[in-house]
Design a protein around this ligand. Structure first.
Ligand SMILES: Cc1cc2nc3c(=O)[nH]c(=O)nc-3n(C[C@H](O)[C@H](O)[C@H](O)COP(=O)(O)OP(=O)(O)OC[C@H]3O[C@@H](n4cnc5c(N)ncnc54)[C@H](O)[C@@H]3O)c2cc1C
Length: 388
C-alpha cells in the first residue's frame, strides 16, 4: 500500500522504536516524536519473550538482542526461604523454535532498536497533547504549538497515553494492589547464568536474572497502598526483604541506590478495538498489562511488527488497521487478564492459601508449564493479505 504521507509515531519506547525500524525496513516513511528531552539509557532489566524475539527475527534484530543479553534456559520458582517449588527447563524453546527468551538491560535493548531505525527522524522534547483527523490526513498537536501532518498517527506513548485518551476517552487505571522496585546489582551475586528465578513470600515476590557480564537484574514486588513514595527506595526494599534467603540480601547489598526505580503496578480493562480512522495504538497505550507474565514490552514489539507488515501488505489503510486488530486484540487481551489473575495468586497473604498454592506448584508437571510457554511463544507473519 502507498500511504499519502508519513506515519507519525508518538513515543520512542520499546514499541515506537520497533515500529520505526519495521517501517524503515519496508521503505515506509515515518517520524518519531518523544516527550523526553533525550533518549537517556534508563531502566533496569527486561525479559524479551520468545515470541518477541521471533518478531525481531523478521527484522533481523534477534541476533543483536541475544548478543547483548543472556538466553534464559531455566525458570525457577522458590519460596522466600529458597525451597524450590518448580523448575522448568526452557531450552526446548531454542531447540524447537530457534529462539530463546532473553534477559537484557533495557538500555541495551533500546540501543539495538534505535540503531535499527536508521533514517527515521526522532523529534525529542515533543509532547503530543492532541490531534485533528479528517478524510485526507491527521495532524498531531504538540505542547509547544508545533503541528505535524501525516497519513497515520500511532500512539506508542505508554501507560498514560495521551493518544489513547483523545481516541477512546478517559478510562481509569486499575491499581493491582502491589508496587514494584527494579534494580541492577553489580556482579552475579551467585546467580547462575541462563536462569530466571522468582521467590514468593507472603504478599511479596523477588525475582532475578543474569543479564550479562557482571550485571544481575532484580525486581521486588510488595502489596502496598497506591502512590506511596520514599526518599531512599533501596533502603526500603532492603528492609522488607532482609529475612529472605540468598541471593536476595547479596543482590541488594551490591546495588547502587541511584539504580533503583519504584513503579506502582497498573493496567486497564481490555477494549475490543483501539483504532479509529487514521489513528491507532500499540503496546502499553493499547493494552497496558501487569508485569506478572513479563509480556508488556514483548507484546509492544509484536504489535509493531504486525502493524508494519499489515501497512505494507493491505490494499488500504482501513484494511491494514482491521488486519492489525484482528491479529492482536484478542491475544493481548487474554494476556492482560491472565497476568492480572496470576498476580493475585502470586501476591497471596493468607497462610493457608499460600500453603495450598505452593503444594499445587510443587506437583505441577513441568510439561504443563512448557506447554503454556510454547503457546505464548508462537509468532508468525503468515496471513491471507495479498501484497498491494
Ligand atoms: C516492574 C515491571 C517489570 C516489567 N518486566 C517486563 C518484562 O520482563 N518483559 C516485558 O516484555 N515487559 C515487562 N514490563 C512491561 C514493559 O516495561 C512495558 O510493557 C513496555 O515498556 C511498554 O512499551 P511501550 O513502548 O508500549 O511503552 P513505553 O516503553 O512506556 O514507552 C512510551 C514512550 O512514550 C513517551 N511518551 C509518553 N507520553 C508521550 C506524549 N504525550 N508525547 C510524546 N511521547 C510520549 C514516553 O516518554 C516513552 O518514551 C515490565 C513492567 C514493569 C512495571
Amino acid at each position: 500500500m502507498r500511504l499519502d504521507g508519513p506515519v507519525l509515531i508518538i513515543g520512542a519506547g520499546i514499541g515506537g522504536l520497533t515500529l520505526a525500524s519495521a517501517l524503515a525496513q519496508r521503505g515506509i516513511e515515518c517520524r518519531l516524536f518523544e516527550r523526553a528531552p533525550e533518549l537517556a539509557p534508563a531502566g533496569a532489566g527486561i525479559l524479551v519473550q520468545t515470541g518477541a524475539l521471533l518478531a525481531l527475527r523478521t527484522l533481523k534484530l534477534d541476533a543483536a538482542v541475544s548478543a547483548k543479553g543472556q538466553d534464559v534456559l531455566m525458570g525457577l520458582l522458590k519460596t522466600e526461604r529458597g525451597q524450590t517449588l518448580q523448575r522448568t527447563s526452557m531450552s526446548f524453546l531454542r531447540d524447537e523454535l530457534g529462539a530463546s527468551t532473553v534477559a537484557i538491560h533495557r538500555a541495551r535493548l533500546q540501543e539495538v532498536l534505535r540503531d535499527a531505525g536508521n533514517g527515521a527522524p526522532i523529534a525529542l522534547g515533543a509532547e503530543l497533547v492532541g490531534y485533528e483527523a479528517d478524510a485526507s490526513g491527521v495532524t498531531a498537536l504538540f505542547a509547544d504549538g508545533r503541528r505535524e501532518r501525516g497519513a497515520l498517527l500511532v500512539g506508542a506513548d505508554g501507560l498514560h497515553s495521551a493518544v489513547r485518551r483523545a481516541l477512546l476517552g478517559e478510562s481509569p487505571l486499575r491499581y493491582a494492589g502491589y508496587t514494584s522496585w527494579r534494580g541492577i546489582a553489580a556482579g552475579s551475586g551467585g546467580v547462575p547464568a541462563h536462569e530466571v528465578t522468582e521467590m514468593w513470600g507472603p504478599g511479596a515476590r523477588f525475582g532475578f536474572a543474569d543479564i550479562g557480564p557482571n550485571e544481575t537484574y532484580w525486581f521486588a514486588v510488595l502489596n502496598a497502598p497506591e502512590s506511596e513514595r520514599e526518599s531512599n527506595p533501596l533502603e526500603v526494599v532492603t528492609r522488607h526483604f532482609a529475612a529472605w534467603a540468598e541471593p536476595v540480601p547479596e543482590l541488594l547489598a551490591h546495588t547502587a541506590p541511584e539504580r533503583v526505580f519504584r513503579t506502582d503496578i497498573h493496567d486497564r480493562l481490555p477494549v475490543a478495538s483501539w483504532s479509529r480512522g487514521r489513528v491507532t495504538l500499540l503496546g502499553d497505550a493499547a493494552h497496558p498489562t501487569t508485569p506478572n507474565l513479563g509480556q508488556g514490552g514483548s507484546m509492544a514489539i509484536e504489535d509493531a511488527v504486525v502493524l508494519a507488515h499489515a501497512l505494507e501488505r493491505a490494499p488500504a489503510l482501513a484494511d491494514a488497521l482491521a488486519e492489525y486488530e484482528r491479529r492482536r486484540v484478542a491475544g493481548t487481551n487474554r494476556i492482560v487478564e491472565a497476568s492480572f489473575r496470576f498476580g493475585k495468586l502470586a501476591q497471596l497473604e493468607n497462610r493457608l492459601a499460600i500453603f495450598l498454592r505452593n503444594a499445587l506448584f510443587r506437583v505441577l508437571p513441568e510439561g504443563m508449564v512448557q506447554k503454556e510457554l510454547r503457546r505464548a511463544a508462537q509468532f508468525s507473519l503468515e496471513d491471507g493479505l495479498a501484497r498491494a
